[in-house]
Design a binder for this molecule. Structure first.
Ligand SMILES: O=C(O)c1ccccc1NCC(=O)[C@H](O)[C@H](O)COP(=O)(O)O
Length: 207
């Protein structure tokens, strides 16, 4: 039976990492983008990643990182997957010796097939709502913008929560789903019950 993978993003506290792991999250995302209220320092991230058991993927999220910025994080934080959420080129993303995924900020006119073709080495394509600035907008987008039969591993993101994730999984059948604000009581503060409800919604939709 197929199991939709689940990434919980924007964690900043040890108790939230433990709650996400205990609820069955497959990946935990840490934001290295200082303007975000969910941003963590390298020291914080090192402590949080150390809490992850085997087979729970540590994801580091960057937005147009400056030269050396990713390397400075990787020197101290054992990230298994990188997520690029800005305007990075394929070579910008592929130069760090780690698997990576590229975010597409979706709105009418974005050709996802063309977008994905420009990132051939991406492990997957994350689709998120287009918001002013960058991600973490807590908004859904028009899922019909995702072409039927999209072949690359798709991470569906943007405004998901326990109420809509089941419908999203049944309609899109993504490789994975990603959530941040939909499991928060405040920005960067995750709610254990909301995380559990979100994951239960995915598992119910998986059947
Ligand atoms: O989470 C942030 O604050 C953030 C800031 C800048 C760029 C990306 C950011 N998050 C990217 C993610 O992967 C979020 O999980 C994704 O945007 C979905 O967020 P939400 O709609 O709140 O579930």
């Amino acid at each position: 039976m197929f199991r939709t993978r689940i990434k919980i993003c924007g964690l900043t506290r040890p108790q939230d990492v433990r709650a996400a792991v205990d609820s069955g999250a497959d990946a935990i995302g840490f934001v290295f983008y200082p303007p975000s209220p969910r941003a963590v320092s390298i020291e914080q991230a090192a402590e949080l990643v150390a809490l992850l058991p085997p087979f729970v993927v540590s994801v580091g999220l960057f937005v147009n990182p400056a030269p050396g910025e990713v390397e400075a994080v990787l020197a101290r934080v054992p990230l298994q997957l990188l997520q690029f959420h800005g305007d990075e080129s394929e070579s910008d993303c592929a130069r760090h010796g780690r698997a990576w995924i590229k975010a597409a900020r979706m709105r009418p006119g974005v050709d996802l097939l063309e977008f994905a073709a420009s990132y051939p080495r991406a492990s997957g394509i994350l689709v998120d709502a287009f918001v002013d600035g960058y991600g973490g907008g807590g908004r859904t987008f028009d899922w019909t913008l995702i072409p039927a039969g999209f072949k690359r591993p798709l991470v569906l993101s943007g405004g998901l929560d326990a109420d809509n994730v089941g419908d999203a999984v049944r309609r899109i059948r993504p490789w994975a789903v990603d959530v941040s604000s939909g499991v928060e009581s405040a920005k960067g503060i995750k709610d254990a019950d909301m995380i559990a409800a979100f994951i239960a919604g995915v598992r119910h939709a998986d059947g």
